[in-house]
Design a protein. Structure first.
Length: 388
């Protein structure tokens, strides 16, 4: 049986050369970067080099990169840290209704502290409207946090335009770029953002490490305490093996970006077009063209999503129904509901996210097997039989 991994939006496999470097820094170059002896100095050299590699990927300065335990911590820090730092200026935050829970839950936490949060709606393609952002801004607004690429439906948000609005009003702009970095070109100056989140394990690096880009001069408070690491902003002994692996993964994916973006876009479109041709009552979720090259999200009517995933898994195809961080929940995706998709259709959603190892043969296999699965499940569906 063929094995096809189509869940790169959840995590990517660590590249062999990255794993080799991680191992080296767990065994040979194991020193603490804060130590003054030769072991520490060698470790510090690896830390500094990784900071440069990550900075280069997003067009930042190395001193603007602060390593974290991953994207969730970086989102929390960007949102809560900014709110605490700027609360004397105002207590209003703008975000969207389709953010990752790392952002949404941070905003809900701040609401308990007395902050006001505006959750912007999105259109049927999952796109935030610029006009809605304009209308939401008040003289109390201190932060706008909108993700660059939605992790479920792949829609690319107009971050550059939103950031320009924020800058005009003196509002800090943050974007969660976990699903865009390494997939499409991301440059912090081109986007005009003050804060940007990146995660290592979405770009073929190790889990447990990420970073927050903080533009020089951006006001932000610490949310962790206990040490002088990361220039007194993020305490705790650095996860050096993870960080150097993250750095190498960033360098390698940056070199391949243009070619891989074009390749994945072709595979994505072949998969979408093939499904639409072969299966009735399918809705493609997310913007058809303003979409990350690796993302396919669709709703298949008259089918329950969990049964669909299990059936595909039995055929060697690994996919998901949405965010990996909420995969244990039986509730339909908050993203799809925000896009106006009814509960019964949202429950039949399928997310397939492509990566480096995927080939045309993989797509052909999915296009051969998925219709069979759908036909079998619909044959057991009372809703489909009633429709018939």
């Amino acid at each position: 049986m063929r094995k096809v991994y189509l869940d790169h939006g959840a995590t990517t496999p660590v590249r062999t050369e990255v794993a080799d470097l991680v191992y080296k820094y767990m065994t040979d170059n194991f020193g603490n970067p804060s130590s003054v002896h030769s072991f520490g100095r060698e470790a510090k050299k690896g830390l500094d080099h990784a900071r440069e590699q990550v900075a280069n990927l997003i067009g930042a300065e190395p001193k603007e990169i602060f390593f974290t335990s991953g994207g969730t911590e970086a989102d929390n820090w960007a949102i809560i840290g900014t709110a605490h730092a700027k609360k004397d200026k105002g207590k209003h935050i703008i975000t969207s209704s389709i953010e990752h829970h790392a952002a949404l839950d941070a905003c809900k936490y701040l609401e308990k502290e007395g902050f006001q949060v505006t959750y912007l709606p999105v259109d049927a393609d999952g796109m935030v409207r610029i006009e809605d952002v304009k209308n939401a801004i008040t003289d109390q607004t201190i932060l706008i946090t909108i993700m660059h690429v939605n992790n479920e439906v792949g829609t690319i948000q107009p971050i550059k335009e939103i950031a320009a609005l924020a800058k005009e009003k003196g509002i800090t702009m943050h974007t969660d770029a976990v699903q865009s970095v390494g997939k499409i070109p991301v440059n912090v100056d081109d986007l005009g953002v003050d804060l940007l989140t990146v995660s290592s394990h979405k770009i073929y690096g190790p889990k447990g490490v990420g970073c927050l880009y903080i533009r020089k001069g951006t006001k932000i408070s610490n949310i962790h305490f206990g040490g002088a690491q990361e220039r007194n902003k993020r305490p705790g002994t650095e996860n050096l093996p993870g960080i150097v692996g993250f750095g190498l993964a960033a360098e390698l994916i940056g070199k391949e970006l243009k070619e891989e973006q074009e390749r994945l876009t072709k595979l994505r479109d072949k998969l979408i077009d093939g499904i639409v041709e072969r299966i009735e009552h399918v809705k493609i979720n997310g913007h058809r063209t303003q979409r990350a090259p690796h993302n396919v999200n669709l709703s298949i009517r008259f089918i329950e999503g969990e049964a669909l995933l299990l059936s595909l898994d039995m055929r060697g195809i690994a996919a998901s129904s949405g965010s990996a961080c909420t995969s244990g929940s039986l509730d339909p995706s908050h993203v799809l509901l925000a896009m106006g998709i009814p509960h019964e259709i949202a429950h039949g959603s399928l997310r397939m996210t492509l990566g480096k190892a995927n080939t045309e043969e993989d797509i052909d296999y999915v296009l051969e097997e998925l219709p069979k699965v759908v036909e079998r499940l619909r044959a057991m569906s009372p809703l489909y039989n009633k429709k018939q």
